[in-house]
Design a protein around this ligand. Structure first.
Ligand SMILES: [Zn+2]
Ligand SMILES: [Zn+2]
Length: 580
């Protein structure tokens, strides 16, 4: 759910859109207007204009906007009849606005003006153009009228507006920093992953450095699950459609599934891991004594997302979840949820995240299960959050139809929130799959099922990590932990031996044997954000030492190669310790 915007900011931003439209029409007479809403941090307006807007034009439009702001023109509201509105729009040739008017069901139409500018609009606006104190135009992009490729392509200009100059400056600084850290840009620069049209949009191709990063995370999270009493299972990537019909995915989720036929049998690539886990549960008779049963899988799933929403590693079509399903008694739910929350917080801290946003989503209008089921589960989730003294927002009515849930978002170095963990109660699947256990008195009952992920999707999590660290990963995560650099040709053999020695100690090391100056090699290793450099020349060769440079501490000096290994292994250990 999008964050609720401050009403006064929405008014300000939408008013800035009017001022921008006025400026464009003053500069480029004959330009027709599309829509111009407020959006997060700013606004946009769609224009039909023969002139193809360039970045220079944006500065010109900004200057014109400043003039309009200086004129301090009042925003005036005018109620008109449909016929009047249609006549006004027809006279001014605003064909897109006319199209909008036809789609409006309102009896009373309102028109807003400032100076000579007029717009079909519901408002509200600030009092006067002079109230717009801080804005900036950022970019221009193509946008089909009403989002349909069958319609003409308009030019959409994006801008931002804030209450004052300081807030605008802060925003622009943060934006610049975010652009530097963009995981798509760093993914290419650090040679971590790529996407190729030839294999399909939203499908990640991990290069060696990205794949090792992913594996380090996968190994870590798997080990932690085993420590915490989860059992590892593995389910296939394709399952017959019948199972998806039984689970309800076929009915509720079909548009996101890849379905195909083979040997006259329909299958679907799994969009979720739940059915596999449930089938392992129901593979034998269960007793309350076994509870809680916690099944864990690094499950790769495929979901058909619209191409327009795909975004680097953050929104993809194929991804791997650190997914688990917990089967338990009702009275165990609260304790299980608390232990999952602990797990999330500990894990995220190890990865360097200290701040979180927590949301609880409650019963929607359409739901299954009884009211008392819902109340009980919601109370259990609330109690767990209360026990952990976590501040949280409630999204009233925003839960899935089958149960309430908790979402935990991590906050990165720039204060941006990224969805990761989810804990979800489920009343539907136990019914649909007729899950049972025998209770204390020998009676058959339904278990509760909790779905939960800690990191969420590995892909999205890696995207968040890249941006959080700006690509400069801590040692334990760094794809290449040290670069071995021979000073001259004569030292290459020694350095190859050194690399082998470090490999055997489990360290991830590369060697730079290019015919380049040492300074150049050092600079390139720095650019690749490699945590350590081990440089060796004649002196190091004779004494079995290396000259060490650390990304964090600068020049470490000449040390024995064993000492170098110890230093790295110790740092890797400390990186993974959970502090309070
Ligand atoms: Zn308006
Ligand atoms: Zn599930």
């Amino acid at each position: 759910m999008a964050k609720k915007q401050d009403e006064s900011l929405v008014k300000l931003r939408h008013s800035a859109a009017h001022v921008m439209a006025d400026a464009v029409q003053r500069l480029y007479p004959g330009t027709k207007l599309g829509i111009g809403p407020a959006i997060e941090d700013g606004f946009y307006y769609d224009f039909d204009c023969e002139k193809h807007f360039t970045p220079e034009d944006l500065s010109k439009i900004e200057e014109e906007m400043l003039r309009i702001i200086k004129e301090d023109l009042r925003f005036e509201k005018k109620g008109v009849t449909r016929e009047e509105a249609a006549r006004i729009l027809r006279d001014s040739g605003e064909k897109f606005k006319l199209d909008l008017l036809e789609g409006l069901e309102d009896e009373k139409i309102t028109i807003y003006t400032h100076g000579d500018f007029m717009d079909l609009c519901r408002g509200p606006h600030v009092k006067s153009t002079g109230d717009i104190k801080a804005f900036k135009l950022l970019s221009v992009a193509g946008a089909y009228w009403k989002g349909s490729e069958a319609n003409p392509m308009l030019q959409r200009i994006y801008g931002v507006a804030f209450k004052n100059k300081k807030e605008l400056e802060n925003y622009l600084k943060l934006r610049e920093e975010a652009q530097k850290r963009d995981h798509r840009k760093l993914g290419k620069e650090l040679d971590l992953f790529s996407f190729k049209d030839s294999i399909g949009a939203g499908l990640v191709l991990y290069h060696p450095k990205g794949a090792i990063l992913r594996q380090v995370i996968a190994d870590y999270i798997t080990a932690r699950h085993l420590e915490k009493g989860y059992q590892l299972i593995s389910s296939p990537h394709i399952l017959k459609s019948d199972i998806w019909i039984q689970s309800g995915h076929y009915e509720y989720y079909k548009e996101h599934m890849y379905i195909f036929e083979s040997d006259k049998q329909e299958y679907a690539v799994k969009p979720m891991n739940c059915p596999g886990h449930i089938l392992v549960y129901s593979s034998k008779i269960r007793s309350y004594r076994e509870f809680p049963i916690r099944y864990f899988e690094l499950g790769s799933v495929y979901r058909h997302e619209k191409s327009g929403v795909l975004h680097g590693l953050l929104r993809v079509r194929g991804f791997t979840q650190d997914d688990a399903h917990i089967f338990c008694l009702r009275e165990q739910v609260e304790a299980e949820v608390i232990s999952v929350i602990n797990f999330v917080v500990e894990t995220l801290r190890v990865f360097g995240f200290r701040d979180f946003e927590v949301e609880l989503s409650t019963r929607p209008e359409k739901y299954i299960g009884t009211l008392s089921d819902w109340d009980e589960a919601t109370v259990a989730l609330k109690n767990a959050l209360g026990q952990k003294k976590l501040q949280y927002d409630i999204n009233e009515g925003d839960g899935a139809f089958y149960g309430p849930k908790i979402d935990i978002k991590l906050k990165d170095a720039l204060g941006r929130a990224w969805q990761c963990a989810t804990i979800q109660c489920d009343f539907a699947l136990p019914e649909r799959f007729d899950l049972k256990y025998t209770d204390r008195s020998g009676k058959e009952k339904r278990p509760v099922v909790l779905h939960r992920v800690i990191l969420g999707s590995l892909e999205r999590f890696i995207g968040a990590l890249i941006e959080h660290y700006g690509g400069a990963f801590p040692l334990w995560l760094a794809p290449v932990q040290a670069m071995v650099i021979p000073i001259a040709e004569a030292h290459v053999d020694y350095c190859l031996g050194l690399r082998e020695f470090l490999h055997q100690k489990g360290l991830r090391v590369e060697i730079d044997t290019r015919d380049e100056k040492m300074q150049r090699k050092i600079r390139d290793a720095e650019m690749s954000k490699i945590p350590y450099m081990a440089i060796a020349g004649s002196r190091e060769m004779e004494t079995s030492t290396v000259s060490v440079r650390s990304r964090k501490d600068g020049n470490v000096g000449v040390i024995k190669k064993e000492e170098f290994v110890e230093r790295l292994l110790e740092e890797i250990k400390i990186d993974q310790e959970v502090e309070d």
